[in-house]
Design a protein around this ligand. Structure first.
Ligand code: CA
Length: 403
């Protein structure tokens, strides 16, 4: 231990000596291991300058090497193109309902304290817990510091990962985790609900009172930290987040848009009813009508708290699934398929649609086969222009019209 500290001190000293006067133009990033060690040395020196103790920097980064597998994993990232019913059917599986329900009971006391402290109900936290890591069973086993250092050197998003690597050092500095305890998936998230190191630092909570924030092995720490993050993102205590509804045959479909909110009484006037067919409360609670697969598919009212889901993950299908799973854990029945069979466009068809929309002058963002916010807005605009139900959801009819 002592010898290593001397080594690192000497190393840092050398780096300091080569500082300002040196005219060596070292590359600032790289797509392979060449230059990684020199860069990591400079990063280590910077970390010490920013107040991390040399002992911690050495323990955390002294033996870290470049891992080309991490970069390969980053380049491999697949396109997320499953429709809501397919994804939700897979994610909200029977075992996740059973385990989630059992764990809400097992940690009932913790959840009650968490809701008192942060205002976030057990079902909401448990849904993220299940989706992210199967309740802590799959937290990943790659060394986090190695992943972060590799991605911080890699030229694709160096600034993002340098911030995360620095945050990871602060977690060690605080005594929350030892470097060898930091494991996770390839992108550097950690713990039972997969926190980025910056979130770990900012929102991590020691809820079991052992003096350290262990989001990997302490369920109470992980669950309270998740609630703390959700609260910071704007979670509103005591309010709903998502509610399945039944839509009428005809209504102003262009109002079904997450950017448009109406009081529940207005939705009720347009013929929207609760999923069981009963009337919605005729009150002023604002909500958006969310039609994740268009006006023939499942329908939900998304309340103000739904915005917090999109802060967690900007994929609308993931966000809707996480919110729906939470309603199930809170007692809602399984979602209905809507009023007809919806056949979603394939990845290739979605790309073709995006190309055809772009050719007509609509801004669809990247032509990537993903139906993001820009593509939805462009679809809505062209639906309005063509006199189609403007539900922002592209189907085969629309593609046929554009051909
Ligand atoms: Ca703890």
């Amino acid at each position: 231990m002592a010898a290593k500290e001397i080594l690192v001190a000497a190393f840092l000293g050398i780096m300091a000596g080569t500082g300002a006067g040196s005219a060596v133009a070292a590359p600032s990033c790289g797509n392979n291991a060449n230059g990684f060690e020199a860069w990591l040395g400079a990063f280590s020196r910077d970390a010490v300058a920013k107040g991390i103790s040399p002992r911690v920097v050495d323990a955390a980064l002294g033996n870290v090497s470049y891992d080309p597998e991490i970069v390969r994993a980053d380049r491999r990232q697949g396109v997320f193109a499953q429709d809501f019913l397919t994804f939700a059917g897979r994610m909200v599986a029977k075992y996740r309902m059973q385990q989630g329900t059992a764990l809400m009971r097992k940690y009932g006391d913790s959840f009650a304290r968490i809701e008192r402290s942060y205002g976030v109900p057990a079902a909401v936290i448990t849904a993220f817990w299940g989706l992210e890591t199967d309740f802590g069973a799959n937290i990943g086993n790659l060394p986090t510091l190695r992943s972060l250092a590799t991605l911080a050197w890699d030229c694709r998003r160096p600034e993002l990962f340098r911030e995360q690597l620095m945050a990871a050092l602060r977690i060690v500095e605080r005594g929350d985790l030892r470097p060898e305890e930091m494991v996770g998936p390839w992108a550097g998230e950690m713990g039972q609900t997969q926190f980025l190191p910056t979130h770990y630092n900012e929102y991590g909570v020691d809820f079991d009172g052992d003096g350290r924030r262990d989001l990997l092995r302490s369920a109470p720490d992980a669950l309270a930290s998740t609630a703390n993050l959700l609260k910071a993102e704007g979670w509103r205590r005591g309010e709903p987040w998502l509610q399945e509804v039944r839509v009428p045959d005809r209504m102003p479909w262009d109002q079904a848009d997450l950017d448009i909110r109406h009081p529940r009484a207005q939705w009720s006037n347009w013929g929207v009813r609760a999923a069981d067919g009963s009337a919605l409360p005729r009150d002023q609670m604002p909500a958006s009508l969310l039609l994740p697969m268009g006006h023939n598919g499942p329908a939900f009212l998304a309340y103000a708290n739904f915005a917090v889901y999109l802060e967690w993950n900007q994929s609308l299908v993931y966000a809707t699934t996480a919110a729906y799973y939470a309603t199930r854990l809170a007692g809602a029945p399984p979602v209905g398929p809507g009023r007809g069979q919806v056949k979603p466009l394939s990845l290739g068809e979605t790309k073709e649609l995006q190309q055809r929309l772009a050719a007509r002058g609509f801004d669809v963002g990247k032509i990537d086969g993903i139906i993001g916010a820009q593509t939805r807005a462009a679809v809505k605009a062209v639906q309005l222009k063509l006199g189609l139900p403007a539900d922002s959801y592209p189907d085969e009819d629309l593609l046929a019209r554009l051909r």
